[in-house]
Design a binder for this molecule. Structure first.
Ligand code: GLO
Ligand code: MG
Length: 342
C-alpha cells in the first residue's frame, strides 16, 4: 500500500503572525495546485472559502459553479479533494462561536453555512466534512452554559447528518486557541459526542499532533484511542514545542521519537487501508524566503517516509524479549539506538 499525502493551500502562506504583517508575496491558488504533484502530494484539504472566495456574498448557483470549476482544476493536476471544512471562525456573523453562540440567529447561520459546505464537498467528490470547532468555547467560563453548548453541537451535527445521508463528519479537536478553552478539546471528547449524534457511524475524528501536545497528551496514544474505536478518519501531522501558541512545525521537527510513535501506530494499525490520507497541517517559518517556502511540506513528508522505514526495520522480536523481561530500560535504549541508526 502506498501512502497518500495531503495538505491544505493555507499551508503555503505569506508568513504573517499575530505580531507582524506578511513577509512573502502570495502564490495564486492555481500555482499552489501546481506544486502538489511536484512535492509528491495527491490530496487537497480545502476550506469552503478556499474553493469559493467571498462565499457569504455568493448565490447558491455561483457557489456551485465555482466548486465545479475548482474540481476541474484539481483534476487537471491529477489531484483529489480529501476533505472540505466550513471556515466558521472567520465569519463576522459567528464571532462568539457558531454552533454554541448565545445568539440563535448566529447558530442558525453557522448550520446553514455548514450545509452549504456539504453541497460543495459533494460537488468536489468527497464525503468528508471536517469540523474544527475553533470558536466553540469561551474566553471566560461564565459566558456560555457548558451543558447547553454540548447539546447545541450535537444538534448542529444532527442537522448536518440529516441534510445529507452520505456525508461523514470528522471532528478535529483542539483544546485552546483562538479560545481560552474549547468545549471539545480532545479526541475522547469528540468521540463521546459522536455517539450522542443521530448516526454515530458517520461521525469520527481527525487528530492533529500539535493539538494533542497542547492538551498535554501524546499524539500517538490519542491516535491509538481513535484507531481502537475505528474512528481515525484523518490526521494533521505536524510538531509543537510544548504548551504555547499553536506552532504547526514540520513533522518530527521538535521530537523525533514522538513522531516515530505516531508513524508506528498508524502503520501497525493499517491506517490508510480505507482510503485515509496522511494529512499535514504545517507552517513554514516566517524567516523562510518565498522561493523556499515549500520546504516544510517536502521535509514533513520525507520524515514520515523515513520513519515508515524505521517502523519496518524495528525489530519486533527484540521488542518482545525486552517486554517479556520487563526490561523497559533495555527497550528504551533500543528505540533510541534504532532511531540513531546504531
Ligand atoms: C488550526 C487547525 C486548522 C484546521 C483547518 C481544517 O489550528 O488545525 O488548520 O485543521 O482549518 O479545518
Ligand atoms: Mg489542523
Amino acid at each position: 500500500m502506498t501512502t497518500r499525502f495531503s495538505f491544505g493551500p493555507w499551508n503555503i502562506h505569506e508568513g504573517a503572525d499575530p505580531f507582524g504583517a506578511p513577509v512573502r508575496l502570495s502564490y495564486a491558488f492555481q500555482e499552489k495546485l501546481a506544486a502538489y504533484r511536484e512535492l509528491g502530494f495527491e490530496g487537497v484539504q480545502l476550506h469552503d472559502d478556499d474553493i469559493v472566495p467571498d462565499i457569504e456574498a455568493k448565490t447558491y448557483a455561483e457557489t456551485m459553479k465555482r466548486a465545479a470549476d475548482v474540481r476541474g482544476m484539481l483534476e487537471a493536476h491529477g489531484l483529489v479533494t480529501e476533505i472540505v471544512a466550513p471556515r466558521l471562525w472567520d465569519s463576522a456573523g459567528t464571532i462568539d462561536g457558531g454552533f454554541t453562540s448565545n445568539d440563535a440567529r448566529e447558530r442558525a447561520a453557522a448550520i446553514e453555512r455548514s450545509k452549504r459546505t456539504i453541497d460543495i464537498a459533494r460537488e468536489m467528490g468527497t464525503d468528508r466534512l471536517v469540523l474544527w470547532l475553533a470558536r466553540e468555547g469561551t474566553y471566560i467560563r461564565e459566558a456560555k452554559n457548558p451543558v447547553d453548548a454540548v447539546h447545541r453541537i450535537v444538534e448542529a451535527i444532527d442537522q448536518l447528518l440529516a441534510y445529507d445521508k452520505h456525508i461523514r463528519i470528522l471532528i478535529e479537536p483542539k483544546p485552546n486557541e483562538p479560545m481560552d478553552q474549547a468545549y471539545i478539546p480532545t479526541i475522547g471528547h469528540a468521540l463521546s459526542l459522536a455517539w450522542h449524534t443521530s448516526d454515530s457511524d458517520r461521525v469520527g475524528g481527525l487528530i492533529e499532533s500539535a493539538h494533542c501536545i497542547l492538551a498535554g497528551l501524546d499524539p500517538s496514544d490519542e491516535m491509538g484511542y481513535a484507531l481502537a474505536l475505528g474512528k481515525l478518519w484523518s490526521v494533521h501531522l505536524n510538531d509543537q514545542n510544548g504548551l504555547k501558541y499553536d506552532q504547526d512545525k514540520s513533522f518530527a521537527s521538535d521530537n523525533l521519537r514522538r513522531a516515530f510513535n505516531q508513524v508506528r501506530v498508524l502503520v501497525d494499525n493499517g491506517y490508510g487501508k480505507n482510503g485515509e490520507f496522511v494529512g499535514l497541517d504545517v507552517k513554514a517559518m516566517r524567516t523562510q524566503p518565498r522561493e523556499l517556502s515549500f520546504k516544510h511540506l517536502a521535509n514533513s513528508k520525507k520524515m514520515y517516509e523515513l520513519l515508515e522505514d524505521k517502523v519496518r526495520t524495528y525489530d519486533r522480536a527484540k521488542e518482545r524479549r525486552f517486554i517479556e523481561a520487563r526490561d523497559y530500560e533495555g527497550l528504551d535504549e533500543y528505540v533510541l539506538s534504532h532511531l540513531l541508526g546504531r
